[in-house]
Design a protein around this ligand. Structure first.
Ligand code: HAM
Length: 455
């Protein structure tokens, strides 16, 4: 083929169509390395709290039979009605990505015969939940929860302990403006009477309600109380309050919880309209808000309460229980908003720079030695130029750079550069560990502020 015809063929070839990139689904997010520090902080704090308060970790599947959520969260709730990711599986029937984990914890409690363990059984979990909600800041379709569940004991001190734990967890993270909302929605019996009362109150005002609330009036009247529409809010102000309908048992349980919270100095707000969005609750319910919210449901950092009927509803022996979950993405948003300082998990003290193949090998061996000795080192072995390696060292903010150039390799030495004053020193490669330790210790002493003795 001639050069001319080759050129003609190339001219006629259509330009290659750019390949479309694929994005994450709406409401689903990647968490890239640069964003991981707050995640690590929240997770390690959560684990520390859970273990300190005697909770054991449980890891649960993300897929469950849809019936588990229908029966527990309730068919008439927003979550089950419109937010679940549900699929027909070839052999398992209808399955769903878990929208929350309390139902799974209860299933596991029954399946593993935990009813026979000393009670209460305290379990905690961490992991992704899935709800097909309209995505916005703090509201995702895949989000993560840290959850705590206590099964097998009806003592109100447990309700107070759980609220206290949650409150201290947020304090430990350094968050301010934490606002705990508490209410009691009683047991099935007192709630039935209250529900009738509520319907009687709202029925004559039906035309003033939003479309959703008109449906709620028939299907799930308690949910009328947490509608965010201004017209429904206005009506709520005069609505009957559940606390007035609590029977003696539920009332005294609630009084005890309040008494313990007062004794512990945990600040809380009694919110007679707090009802929560899941059907399994009984007696104490609570939410942790950031600020005084009311504006958007996204400011609830967590929520929970008692669910004394759930174990039985899912086929187990009647067992009182309670729990709560915290939304990690929302906590991280607030950490950022409040500019809470988060220490990175790995802070290199030294940088190892190298030149040439032999330099690279010695540098890699040295890196491993330092790592084993607990000295945090950084490196960029793929770079050949010393200049760009020193730039990296600067970015890491290390106190010393250890240079292994051709001369050092031949001499069996390392050139150590103090990044603060630029002073360079040669040390023996074989004595690198004690020498570097000494230098880091000297630097630490120099940087420790002198504390003035009070007379
Ligand atoms: P929940 O109130 O549905 O309760 O969720 C708890 C927390 O999860 C919320 O306060 C919020 O921080 C976070 N969350 C919920 N939905 C989203 C979303 N779409 N995007 C981001 N974060 C979200 C439960 O899930 C119950 N299982 C709590 C519980 C445990 N009750 C007893 N034990």
């Amino acid at each position: 083929m001639s050069v001319a015809s080759l050129a003609e063929e190339a001219k006629q070839k259509k330009p290659a169509k750019p390949i479309a990139t694929i994005q994450t689904l709406r409401g689903f997010k990647d968490i890239v390395p640069a964003d991981q520090d707050p995640w690590r902080l929240v997770r390690s704090t959560a684990e520390h709290f859970a273990e300190a308060y005697g909770f054991g970790e449980i890891t649960l599947p993300v897929l469950e039979e849809t019936a588990l959520f229908n029966r527990s969260i309730g068919k008439q709730t927003d979550i089950v009605e419109k937010e679940m990711f549900t699929f027909a599986d070839q052999s398992e029937g209808s399955i769903s990505l878990r929208p929350e984990a309390t139902a799974s914890v209860v299933r596991a409690y029954i399946n593993h015969g935990m009813l026979n363990l000393p009670q209460p059984v305290k379990l905690y979990y961490w992991g992704p939940m899935f709800r097909r909600e309209r995505p916005q800041a703090g509201r995702l379709r895949q989000f993560n929860q840290f959850g705590l569940e206590v099964l097998g004991d009806s003592n109100p001190v447990l309700d107070a302990e759980l609220i206290n734990l949650t409150y201290n967890f947020f304090r430990q993270l350094g968050l301010s403006a934490i606002n705990i909302q508490v209410n009691s929605i009683g047991c099935q019996d007192c709630r039935k009477q209250y529900r009738d009362e509520l319907v009687a109150y709202y029925k004559p005002k039906r035309r003033l309600l939003c479309e959703d609330c008109k449906r709620r009036l028939v299907k799930n009247p308690l949910r009328l109380l947490d509608c965010k529409q201004p017209s429904c809010r206005a009506l709520r102000a005069e609505a009957p309050q559940i606390v007035d309908w609590l029977d003696e048992g539920c009332k005294s349980h609630f009084m005890k919880v309040i008494e313990y919270l007062d004794g512990l100095d945990v600040p809380y707000v009694l919110n007679p309209f707090l009802v929560r969005g899941l059907d399994y609750y009984t007696k104490t319910v609570f939410e942790i808000w950031h600020g005084d919210q009311e504006g958007g449901a996204q400011s609830a950092l967590g929520g929970g309460g008692r669910y004394d009927g759930l174990v039985e509803m899912l086929g187990g022996r009647a067992t009182p229980a309670l729990g709560c979950s915290i939304g990690i993405e929302r906590v991280i948003l607030v950490l950022k908003e409040q500019q809470v300082v988060i220490k990175p998990s790995y802070v290199p003290q030294v940088f190892i720079a190298q030149i040439g193949d032999q330099g690279k090998i010695k540098a890699m061996i040295l890196f491993e030695k330092l790592r084993q000795a607990g000295i945090a080192a950084a490196q960029n072995f793929a770079k050949d130029s010393l200049k760009s390696q020193l730039e990296s060292a600067n970015k890491f903010g290390v106190s010393h750079v250890l240079i292994l150039g051709q001369k050092e390799v031949l001499d069996g030495t390392i050139l150590v550069r103090d990044m603060e004053n630029g002073v360079q020193e040669i040390i023996d490669y074989n004595k690198a560990l004690p020498e570097i330790r000494k230098k880091l210790a000297q630097r630490q002493i120099a940087e420790t502020p002198l504390v003035e003795k009070s007379s």
